[in-house]
Design a protein around this ligand. Structure first.
Ligand code: AKB
Length: 311
């Protein structure tokens, strides 16, 4: 990779995109990180272009304009929203990936990051310490698109030498931007409601344990995997990465230590079935071994930091 890295973030206004763009700008300089999304930001703090990930000509135009060397393609419909619009979700999640894989195949960019998810696992996957290579039988559109995407990433690496790197994000918790349409969104909403109303009704049941991660860890993992020498990236589908696993009642208990009046109630909706199909905890030993991944935040540390920043 040439010394000057010019980075394009597609989907820079989303939950991950907004924090990732800031972190990349701190690391590589504002002018070297181009944000892009389908809508204009309220305040663009660096170069910004409107891009619809389904429009490959437009991506190519921006790549040429800034001589982009790498793309982080974050545009996707998440699990809950994807169930409401299955055909569009499939189109966005798959064609968007193909467009960026094909630009890499053409040699337009040197490296591509594309996120997968714990949603690639399904109802018959072992739920505790789910291994890197396990049964993957997703029963959501989002999960099916992420699993297919992983297979295509590995295919493009093997057949066309495309340097694509990926991690399976758990549910992500951050205070800067709200998540948009996932099954794990409750773990962000709960903080906002705890501070505002001192109560929260969870759309997942009290014992729905899921793999989760605090955003600073997820951003660090994303930047770290993209900085590794190519030979260290042995998994070219997508890496399991683990942070914290907890249930709604456990996170509520951790919040209660700071806000004793806080009360949680439960009213599971259609997202419960999605959560029930996912693992409780995943085994990330391959990522730890191959590129020295390790998370920093536990449940207590994450809750304290979230409340300090939102309070
Ligand atoms: C979702 O809930 O859809 C996402 C995910 C786990 O990928 N947060």
């Amino acid at each position: 990779m040439s010394d000057t890295r010019r980075i394009l973030v597609i989907g820079c206004l989303g939950q991950v995109g907004s924090e990732l763009t800031d972190a990349l700008r701190e690391n590589y300089g504002t002018e070297n990180v181009i944000g892009s999304d389908v809508r204009q930001p309220e305040n663009a703090e660096g170069p910004f272009e409107i891009i619809d990930v389904l429009d490959i000509d437009r991506i190519r135009e921006v790549v040429d304009k800034y001589t982009v060397t790498e793309i982080y393609n974050l545009a996707a419909l998440l699990s809950a929203n994807a169930e409401k619009n299955i055909e569009f979700a499939w189109k966005l999640n798959m064609d968007g990936l193909f467009n960026t894989l094909n630009l890499a195949r053409e040699g337009k960019i040197k490296r591509l990051f594309w996120p997968s998810s714990i949603a690639v696992f399904g109802p018959t996957t072992p739920k505790d310490n789910t291994p890197q290579d396990s049964i993957a039988d997703p029963n959501t559109v989002y999960g099916i698109s992420k699993l297919a995407g992983e297979r295509w990433c590995e295919y493009y690496f093997n057949k066309f030498n495309v340097d694509v790197r990926s991690i399976r994000y758990p549910g992500l918790i951050g205070y800067k931007t709200l998540p948009g349409g996932g099954t794990t969104d409750y773990a962000v909403d709960i903080f906002h409601q705890a501070l505002k109303q001192k109560k929260y009704t969870s759309f997942l049941g009290e014992n729905s344990t899921l793999p989760m991660m605090y955003m600073p860890d997820a951003i660090r993992a994303t930047i770290q995997i993209m900085n590794e020498p190519a030979e260290n990236i042995k998994v070219r589908s997508s890496y399991n990465i683990a942070g914290i696993s907890f249930s709604p009642s456990e996170i509520a208990g951790a919040i209660k230590k700071h806000i004793p009046e806080f009360e949680i109630s439960y009213a599971p909706d259609f997202r419960q079935a999605i959560a029930d199909s996912w693992p409780k905890k995943i085994d990330d030993s391959r990522a730890r071994h191959d590129w020295n991944w390790s998370h920093e935040y536990d449940l207590e540390g994450m809750v304290k930091n979230m409340l300090e920043n939102l309070g």
